[in-house]
Design a protein around this ligand. Structure first.
Ligand code: NAP
Length: 337
């Protein structure tokens, strides 16, 4: 029997979809046939895969006949509408949106953290929130090493490409206007000017004063780490960086951690490395530019936390949110299948 798969990407022309195509090619995923799906606006475009020009087709309920794996990356509404059609055609859906993440029968998977959870799927597997994936790549080795994480306090520094292609366009236009001394063009994506600014507002506000994005770390973190009592207090901040998210994390563990054991745990874990030498000239810690277009997350600034004292650590973790936070993680789930 052929091991080559018919793969479909719904949202192929978007920021994440384009990266999915790259990941499939770079990782030599066993693609026998590829269907590239987007809105009617993209019909007529082609995209290159392994040197071949493939036409983009309009996403319809009939798009999934014969498809083995359907990577969805066109927003939650599209996933809710079309993923059931893909499942009805016996495709396994790997969904990048938040549409199904908290459904009990849908595994929510970061392969390096809870890859075994894919086994329980009933046709749909969810890719977690990008900031949550990057945070857990740094946190999980410590969660394993120190008897479980109990509480975290985190602040994110999120790039504009996290808002898709339109976020990049808005920052570019504002940067250009500032450089030329022209008025800032009308905003479409962010509630305030993002160029030369930071905005403590990612996603919509909820009744408890947190945003939906902030609560994703709390709820998705519990599900992925199998830690039902984990409590996360998060502040998500949009920063004028084009690509890759950073997160400052303070975590309290069941057992007293040490900085040395934390470094060893992270160094031994797949997909994440330590870059941490504040005595070097210049000091070494990872920045968004260090991870952009790369697969792995980087951790630095590891130190004993002064507030959580003997059971706390504080660290800084950075990852390319379009790759590990979305496209790469989805393709890795496909590899597990
Ligand atoms: P994007 O750049 O805005 O791309 C959206 C994609 O969806 C495009 O391919 C678009 O096709 C397609 N689409 C929109 N409306 C459609 C319709 N009615 N029918 C079919 N296709 C339609 O967005 P993105 O950043 O790639 O995000 C895609 C998804 O991934 C979202 O659910 C997002 O939350 C999630 N995600 C994004 C990131 C990130 O860092 N960007 C990280 C993690 C998860 P057209 O080009 O034809 O309009």
């Amino acid at each position: 029997m052929s091991q080559l798969k018919h793969v479909a990407i719904a949202g192929a022309t978007g920021a994440v979809g384009v990266e999915m195509l790259k990941c499939l090619e770079q990782r030599d995923f066993p693609v026998g046939k590829l269907s590239l799906l987007a809105s009617a606006r993209s019909v007529g475009k082609t995209m290159t895969f392994r040197g071949e020009e493939i036409p983009v087709q309009e996403l319809t309920p009939e798009s999934f006949k014969g498809v083995d794996i359907a990577l969805f990356s066109a927003g939650g509404g599209i996933s809710k509408e079309f993923a059931p059609h893909a499942v009805a055609c016996n495709a396994v859906v790997i969904d990048n949106s938040s549409a199904f993440r908290m459904e009990p029968e849908v595994p929510l998977v970061v392969p390096e953290v809870n890859g075994a959870d894919v086994k329980g799927h009933a046709g749909i597997i969810a890719n977690p929130n990008c900031t949550t994936i990057i945070t857990l790549m740094g946190l999980n080795p410590l969660h394993q090493a120190f008897g479980g994480v109990q509480r975290i306090i985190a602040s994110s520094y999120q790039a504009v490409s996290g808002s898709g292609a339109q976020g990049i366009i808005e920052l570019e236009a504002q940067n250009k206007a500032l450089a030329l001394g022209e008025p800032i063009p009308e905003r479409k994506v962010y509630p305030h000017q993002i160029a030369s600014n930071v905005i403590p507002h990612v996603d919509v506000f909820l009744d408890n004063g947190y945003t939906k994005e902030e609560m994703k770390m709390h709820f998705e973190g519990r599900k992925i780490l199998h830690a039902p009592n984990l409590v996360a207090s998060v502040t998500c901040v949009r920063v004028p960086v084009y690509r890759s998210h950073a997160v400052a994390v303070t975590a309290e563990f069941t057992n007293p951690p040490s900085v040395e054991a934390a470094r060893l745990a992270i160094t031994s874990a797949p997909g994440v490395h330590v870059v941490d030498d504040v005595t070097a000239q210049p000091a070494k810690y990872p920045t968004p530019l260090d991870v952009t277009n790369g697969d792995d997350c980087l951790v630095g600034r590891i130190r004993r936390d002064l507030v959580f004292a003997e059971r706390g650590l504080t660290f800084w973790v950075v990852g390319d949110q379009i790759r590990k936070g979305a496209a790469l993680n989805a393709v890795q789930i496909g590899e597990l299948l």
